[in-house]
Design a binder for this molecule. Sequence first.
Ligand code: SAM
Length: 218
Amino acid sequence: MPINSEFWNYFDQIASPKLAVREKTFRKIFNHLDKLDGPIIIVETGCVRLENNWTDGQSTIMFDKYINFRDQDSQLFAVDINLNNVTECKRLTSNRTQVHCDDSVHYLNDLSIQLQENKQFISFLYLDSFDLDEHYWFQSAAHHLKELASVMRCINKKTLVVVDDCPLNANFVPTTDNQLALIGSASIGGKARLIAEYASEVGAKLEFVEYQAGWTGF
Ligand SMILES: C[S@@+](CC[C@H](N)C(=O)[O-])C[C@H]1O[C@@H](n2cnc3c(N)ncnc32)[C@H](O)[C@@H]1O
């Protein structure tokens, strides 16, 4: 029987077609977590805001199910700046999940100081707050880089850092035969655009990239 088989039964029921572009990468995430020993700590920014809104991902609900099926001691901390979303998220998750209403950068800084005092590291950091403006990527990407900076004291080489909503970024020019030619190569865009640059510069290991991108080795 696979580890955490009850969770996987649940996941297989919702995965296709509901998770759509996120299905493969959520599978990778939970497979990764299954390989970790002992209780784990999951930290998420941007919580579930609407039940059954699968276009967002329903991440907090899945992470809550995961810790509950996994063991008695794993923890899930989620933060959102919108009180209505926090209230809804609390309604949709178990008492074990700690959902806080705050700006994520401020909250993560405080949480990471507390975790550090207890000599604890984050096993899985899921960043999905500040919505992406498809016409102006910078504000969202900068906010997610600040989130990573604010918890860096609790990130170790094993921590899986995943960012949602990161479609590839590419530049094209029209060709004389009415086609499009790619200039340079495509790179990770959206919410993860600046984290991807930073990850590459510090030699973090890119574990996967699709609509979500994940790294270890920060
Ligand atoms: C895309 S939704 C999160 C979706 C959720 N992860 C899911 O899978 O269902 C983004 C959330 O980030 C929250 N948010 C935006 N800016 C924020 C900030 N500065 N700090 C914390 N949360 C923020 C929004 O209120 C919203 O609920």
